[in-house]
Design a protein. Structure first.
Length: 80
């Protein structure tokens, strides 16, 4: 966030956005699925993104706040 939107974006994330979110821990199944996908995949995608994909699928989420194409390539719509 900071590298993309600067200190003001970072401040907005922590003071405005995160307090409105439900943050939960990743399950062991989601972590294992993410690592398996990372190791099997041909895409250069981080383990953080693979974990996000698995968690979002488990929660039935279809939309991501993301700046890169990886979420769209995995079938999610993105904002902004």
């Amino acid at each position: 966030m900071q590298s993309r939107l600067g200190r003001q974006g970072l401040r907005a994330l922590f003071l405005d956005l995160l307090p409105r979110m439900n943050v939960r821990h990743v399950s062991e199944r989601e972590r294992q699925a993410a690592v398996s996908s990372l190791l099997a995949g041909s895409m250069k995608v981080s383990v953080v993104d693979w974990t996000s994909f698995e968690t979002m699928r488990a929660e039935g989420m279809r939309e991501a706040f993301a700046f890169d194409e990886d979420f769209r390539k995995q079938g999610f719509s993105t904002v902004p």
